[in-house]
Design a protein around this ligand. Structure first.
Ligand code: PNS
Length: 161
């Protein structure tokens, strides 16, 4: 039988508990999830691609159904290369909708066999984003329950606090 495989793409700079929640939900539907970490050539990221990939690998070290890879170029090409027909995206609020709608339909135009599946995170994470995590950390705020401990350790190292 064919393996049900999905790709969960993103910048993950850094991964948050909202992302982890979506991955855990995805694992109930798919046999394998490939987390595709964007190598942001233009977007300035706090963590290097290698750091972002390593962090996620550490978080899911005991879950063999989660694979972590980095990619550049078009997401549809990554999907073809990895023989996946489903993209998972988390949808938090109405504000996410327009960007996600545009991306999903453009990806469909580029690769009609590819479906984008939107999933809602737990309500606790509806307001959470990687950008806010970085800001909260930089100004000394508390990240309890917002990111995995591994991410907090990476943030501490990055800011040498
Ligand atoms: O976590 P993000 O930054 O919202 O993720 C955005 C991501 C990585 C899904 C998107 O930027 C992407 O797919 N980039 C790859 C380039 C691409 O395929 N662009 C066309 C999308 S229609």
């Amino acid at each position: 039988m064919r393996e049900r495989r999905a790709i969960y793409p993103g910048s993950f700079d850094p991964i948050t508990n909202g992302h982890v929640d979506i991955i855990e939900r995805g694992l109930k539907i798919f046999d394998q999830i490939i987390i595709a970490v964007l190598e942001n050539p233009k977007k300035e990221s706090l963590f290097t691609t290698e750091e972002r990939v390593t962090m996620i690998k550490e978080i899911f070290a005991s879950e063999p159904r989660v694979k972590v890879k980095s990619f550049n170029g078009l997401l549809v090409d990554f999907a073809k290369k990895n023989k996946a027909r489903v993209i998972i995206r988390g949808l938090r609020a109405v504000s996410d909708f327009e960007y996600e709608f545009q991306m999903a339909l453009m990806n469909r135009k580029l690769y009609p066999e590819l479906e984008t599946l939107f999933m809602m995170p737990n309500l606790n994470y509806i307001f959470l984003s990687s950008r806010l995590v970085k800001e909260i950390y930089m100004f000394g705020g508390c990240l309890k329950n917002l990111v995995p401990e591994i991410v907090e350790n990476y943030l501490r190292k990055k800011f040498q606090i």
